[in-house]
Design a protein. Sequence first.
Length: 272
Amino acid sequence: MHRSDWHELPPGTRDAVEEVVGPVVDTMTVSAGLNSALAATLRLHSGSKVFAKGLRTDQRGVVTQDREALIAPYLGEVAPPLIGQVVSGQWNILLFQHIDARHADYSPGSADIQRAVDLVRDLGQITLPEGLALKFAEQRWSSYIDDESDRALLRGDALLHTDYNPHNVLVTDADAFLIDWAWPTRGAAWIDPACLVVRLIAAGNTAAEAEKWVDQIPAWAEAEPNALDVFSRGTARMWDEIAGHDPVDWKSSMAAAARTWLDHRESSLTSA
């Protein structure tokens, strides 16, 4: 996706943003991330900074902007606060409090793994109001889990993020934050720990090590082993399909990690 700089936005769009945050005196386009046409740090006349991410209103995926705006009020300290949303000049832009941070490192031995585990645990404490228009986990994985009774194992009321790409975990000296809420989902609380497991494996941890990390999370520790087995099979199918359509390195790596986790679950079942 082409990344636009702040000065490429229509003047009216820039004016609309400044009506929310104040005068912008300097900007820096951010290179990380794949799904935003605009990703920039805005330095304001006040001296503070704002992170702006956006898509044009005619771009595929622009609905994810509204999903992030919908869920933001309920995230508390898990995510950077949303300052506002601007829809102007064929742009849909979200404005977040800027966090001076780095992306997480999931490699074996990294202290950031504990930060990610703590984030998943903290997220599990959030209670959402009924009626909030979110996807359901059993719907999202329906293409990869054939049996209806198996899909039912994914049902629950927990708020899920589901994408623990290390670029979505920002780490500071004191805190960690979860960003990019494109797919907020309701489902069983053990699903997010399971999603983190696959990311940890992709970063070089063994399946056993990855599962040991998330065993600190009550929802994982209390999950039915059969549910985890079902999800591991569905996740492997999902990443095989994704990598099959577009076999770039990171997608192929995720497919291999999902298969490694599935093999671990099946070998554990055999030896039990």
